[in-house]
Design a protein around this ligand. Sequence first.
Ligand SMILES: Nc1ncnc2c1ncn2[C@@H]1O[C@H](COP(=O)(O)OP(=O)(O)OP(=O)(O)O)[C@@H](O)[C@H]1O
Ligand SMILES: [Mg+2]
Length: 1032
Amino acid sequence: MERAAAGRRPAPSDRVRVAVRVRPFSQREKNSGSKCVISMHSRTTTIIQDPKNAARVNTFTFDLAYWSHSGFQKDEEDVLVPAGPTSQFAGQAKVFHDIGRGILDNAWQGYNATLLAYGQTGSGKSYSMMGLGANKGLIPRVCQELFRAMENGEEHREYQVAVSMLEIYNEQIRDLLAGGAPPGGGLRVREAPERGFHVEGLTWVPCGSYEHLARLLARGTRARTTASTRMNAHSSRSHLLVTVQLKQVSLRTALTTQAAINLVDLAGSERQRGAGSAGDRLREGARVNLSLASLGAVISALADAALGKKVWHIPYRASVLTKLLRSALGGNSRTTLIATISPADVCYAETLSTLRYAERAKRVRNSAVVNTWTPAREPGARGEPLPCACGHAADPPAWLPGPRAWAALLEQARREWEQQGAAEAQERQLVETLPHLLNVNEDPQLTGVLKHFIREGSCDAGQAAGNAILLQGLGISDKHASFTNLDGKVTVAPHRKSKVVVNGVPITTRTQLQHLDRVILGSNSTYLYVGFPSERGREDGLRFDYDFFQLERAAAEGVSADWLGAGSGGAGRADPSVLAAAQDYVKLTPLVAEANQMSQDLEKGLHLELKVKNLASSDSRGFQLQKEVMVKVTHQRTREVWIWSKAKFVHRKFLMEELYQRLLDGEAGPEAREDDPFWDPVEAVHVGAAHVWLQALAHRLGLEEQVELLGCEGLEEAVLHVRVTPCCPAGRARGEEDAAADPGDLLGGRMDFQVHLVRCLGVRWMKEGAKRGIQLGYRIYDLPNTLYTKPAWENVNPQIEETVQFAALHVSQEFLNYLQTNALIVDLWGLQEGCAELGCSQLDLPVTAEGHIMVDTKKLPSVKDSSQNTSSQTSELYQKLFKLEREAELLRNINRALREENVILKESLEKTGLHPQALEPSRAQKMPGSTTRLPSASERSPQCGQEAPCAPELARALKAFYRSASAARAQWLRLRQQKPPEDDQMLRPFLHLQSQMLKDFGDLFESSLWKLKNDVALIVKKKREHSLHVTQ
Ligand SMILES: Nc1ncnc2c1ncn2[C@@H]1O[C@H](COP(=O)(O)OP(=O)(O)OP(=O)(O)O)[C@@H](O)[C@H]1O
Ligand SMILES: [Mg+2]
């Protein structure tokens, strides 16, 4: 073969062309009120704005920028087209016009051409590449145009087209056009001196028409769908590579030109940055994301090289994908990258990262050459490997065979295609006449590809080969369910304990199906039931997409934004962070079900449960904490518990899938426990938290309470007995006579107090596991570290008895504000056998000369600072609480005014020269109800018991008031956590209970306030009488 001898013309260095495309909002994004952070002001610039900081704007310039976000409408064929002459909207036709035609032009000239779609999951890669429904993407359009041009081509030219389609998942190559079961472990990549890297044994199908090629694409999509039935998110984690070989032979000169068109739909880019960075002990698995990470590394290295940096090594060999794309990046290809992005604010970080990636990619330079030669002999005649119409007998064609061999192959492929066509026609007829199940996939491209017909009579469905309906998927039993089609009715019944969910609700008995019912089998195999033709109306099943199934299931389980307390903000918009948590919950529910199934199949003994962190928890001021989805993992035998963050779970799930796949392929599992994604060393688990309100301390009054330690769902985990006692520096407790009626009196002075954690009662964590322990932890005001108590093991009512003394040397206004509006949060941590105890180094803490821990050492932002306020919404009740507190403040002011009045009276008395002895502070202090002026904080002696007291009656009144205020606050928090029942029947009792609790709350407050007012009025009366008595 004199390949390239005749005309391998080196072309000037080509830069990778980069286009960016922004898609419309998804329904999910619309529902959560997403904002668009992308703008495009020209055909080349893309601007992205940080949703948290409007001033932070990044501008990127690429070869092309497509605005596909807005300004469109559907034409009569459901194709999205610009809504008017001024619309910027770029539909599929426009993208093909710019990019697709360029690829074809290159291929016609004999240049290899590659198109890569890169972007996060759901950003529109597959939409751009394959398209959806009537909106055909680049792959079908390029293929269609290729054949159209061939039909109108030169007379003395012969064309040959062969196509291959493969998927790379976890570094395994799956041939999507090969019939039969894929070989275990997938196909191999080989390297040959002349051909470079190629896939050994890949099926190449000769195509004589676009219709044939389109059917091959459909066959490949079907193969992908079958593979993805096991794990729904499979397709977004795999790379799809469609290659079209185009050979042109001039019948006059025998000059042959050949080009490979590689069309690549990459896996979701978020997998490239390992979730391992989310603090997981386990790094990415050996194969997980390797291809995407290596692609990033290759692009970076090539971009650096283009900038003139010294690059020693381009890591092409690191992964399957980079081996296969070797010529596309830095080699013999003209390459275009289309970066697809989401417009939504929540995707900002990922979108920015995609744009930066694209920015690097545009620096990469290739050296494409025209692949042309004059064959001395026909390759097929020389025993060169030939492409094969079916099966996987042949090596890939480095070039396509000569005309004779080609004609035979084409004929064979055509016969196959006709057979396939007949089967498809038969299926279409069945679709028209029989009720059936249609698969619904997370990837809309794969939805509706699989059809299971329910023929008359009864039939079984399951994994086992003997079933009439053969199902695959996690949690599908050998014999999973039975369907009947009798008397114009279709029913389904689960077999034994198999999971069958109809319209979101699990069923246990035979249930009749209605047209467009949603059926979930096993952990997450989702199907839409299409009824008898007579039932089918005009409504199609399009609105029942994958999200619909998951939302419906979540709603049936009582999960919604309302359940999370999203409520409605001022502008009628629910709290976006709560909506985000609710969406995460819905999205993760099927993944957790899949993880549980894998745990069960692999006998790992783990049970995973989705939880909402802070579902019913509030911060130190009673505001709701930001909600986050987390996963509680329990070992069913050992009762060990782990809490995984969402990121960790997603990462682990990915590793689990890799392990599961390996075991299915008959490969060995991880040898070391340390590498097992189902295992983790045990650690302390956060069990609950208690609020200890500190207002009394602002008056230098002690408090002793039994408070509930509530779990994240608002359930009582234990009761904490706690005492907070103001004391003198030496540690002796102060009495009521030392109380400050006005917290302002403490300003600038020294304040010592002790926190005494006495004991815990009824610790549920201990009840549930014999070999467990607990520790309590808290952090007061500006302490840099959390203080932990010593662990207490194996006791449901552990005695803690730990006291720490704190000292504020110069009490600041901020500290007083903190005491009046904040609670001390005491966290309950669950310890398990073998886990490390929690501790902090007290050495880091500032201490007084007496060795007490200092607080109020730095000026903190005022309590009015809303930056810490994780939830801006304050409920009506909470405002009422503040109102009541303001009333208490008013009463304090009355007291202050009385004291001033007292001073005036004293002065007038001094003027008249009467009863001077009555004005001596030492005597006045001893007299209850004395109207004598209280000394200011600066006048006080630091000695315990010698500071000027306020009236003890007032102190007692305040103490009683704050005790009942604390009880009312707890009542209020409980009230806030009440969620309406799902069951309408229960609504009435719920409302009754709610109104009773509200009434109790109101009564408690009214009575405590009434008592305080009375007490103060009494004190005022006494003072008046006393001063009158003194005046006389
Ligand atoms: N330009 C667009 N115009 C209209 N709809 C779009 C566009 N791009 C994407 N979509 C829609 O957005 C959704 C997600 O798109 P798509 O499936 O192409 O994402 P993807 O990037 O391939 O995700 P994955 O990585 O999970 O495969 C689909 O419902 C698709 O129809
Ligand atoms: Mg996709």
